[in-house]
Write a protein that binds this ligand. Structure first.
Ligand code: ZN
Length: 135
């Protein structure tokens, strides 16, 4: 696969408003978007740092993936997302190399990007997301 940069870092938070204040007031970043992703049962807030974004994730449902994560591990870094040229190719490439996939085919993530997750059991414990570059 062709990986170009870290698209975003996903951070699980308990309270989105509180987390936004930290990134805004302390780190001096600007929140440019807030979006609910029904599919993943989260509310997200986005910040830009160079080519990379910070994606804050607050669960909207304790049974959702972020709800369960925060319950088990507390708030903190949840996943790393890499930008790839072609998501379909990247996922089948990873599968061919023996990587366990969470998403066998791409789905829509925040900001309308086509994304797919690789299983942390196959990625040294780091939940890894692949995102297709905007064309
Ligand atoms: Zn993400």
């Amino acid at each position: 696969m062709k990986t170009t940069h870290i698209e975003h870092i996903g951070i699980a938070v308990r309270n989105l408003e509180e987390a936004i204040s930290f990134y805004t007031d302390v780190l001096g970043l600007k929140c440019y978007g807030i979006e609910e992703v029904m599919d993943q049962k989260v509310k997200t807030a986005f910040f830009k740092v160079g080519d990379t974004k910070i994606e804050l994730l607050e669960s909207t449902d304790p049974e959702g993936p972020i709800g369960k994560f925060v319950e088990k591990k507390g708030a903190g870094i949840h996943h790393l997302a890499f930008a790839v040229d072609n998501i379909e190719d990247a996922l089948s490439d990873a599968k061919e190399k023996g990587v366990r996939l969470i998403d066998e085919s791409p789905r829509k993530g925040a900001e309308g990007l086509d994304i797919g997750f690789l299983h942390p059991k196959s990625t040294l414990g780091v939940l890894t997301e692949l995102c297709q570059n905007k064309k």
